[in-house]
Design a protein around this ligand. Sequence first.
Ligand SMILES: [Zn+2]
Length: 292
Amino acid sequence: MSDAVTTTGIHTPGAHTPGTHDTARTELSAFTDALRDGTLDVVDLTTPLSSATPALRLPAPFVNLIDFSLEEVSAYNEPGPFWRHNNIHTGEHIGTHVDAPIHWVTGRDGHDVSQIPVTRLIAPAAVMDLRAQVAADPDYLLTVTDVEEWEQTHGRLTDGVWLLLRTGWETRGHSATEFLNTDDNGSHTPGVDVDCARWLATERPVAGLGVETVGVDAGLAGGFDPAFPVHNFFLGNDKYGLTSLRNLGRLPATGAVIVVSPLPIVGGTGSPARVLAIVDSHTASVDSHTAS
Ligand SMILES: [Zn+2]
């Protein structure tokens, strides 16, 4: 496969001076070659979407979205003898999904999910590992100090980066009970404290926040001031949310690129999304060895 790399992007000598178009073609060819020969790996960060996918459960008097379901219309039978197809029924904010600015009252004049600039949906990823803190306290909240300490090691959060919180919560994904972790006081899932949510949304040029949990805010964030601070500050500052991620352990702290693909629902406040990460296969395998 190595000659696939060396034969790409070759210009006919002397034909013309390579310009911007040639450079772009060379870089894209090198990229697709690296995917094909395994130099780069693609990691699926998406939770499979089915009627069993855990979804947020708001307490009364709030009204919940419907879960995802498939409704069979035909299956190679009388309604469609040669084909099978289904209707899908789902809330916007089910499974791995994007929160668009208009999801929150603070972002009500902002982008709907179809209007999010696509250039912000392919971006570098910064991964913070909070598994130890969350194992000790499922209500753990990310602080400004946590982020500043991470930046001392890995560098300052760069323009357009998606900040992804690795909490270990994905290991609970097989059980809605464990995933939502609810008792009489509410849902106990990790998140971000008020100061850090405000600071990230206003002092760091991140595109959005991605989490393993069912929502971008902590389970108890309805009682914070302001309530649901990540929603409040991120969506109100043209930043986005991304939930129910998996396989963050296969990403390095920096260096991965994620591709976030919500459906372009006109007027939509969010959408289920396929989320892929492109990683250097060497750094990915090193991390997966140390993570298990
Ligand atoms: Zn949502």
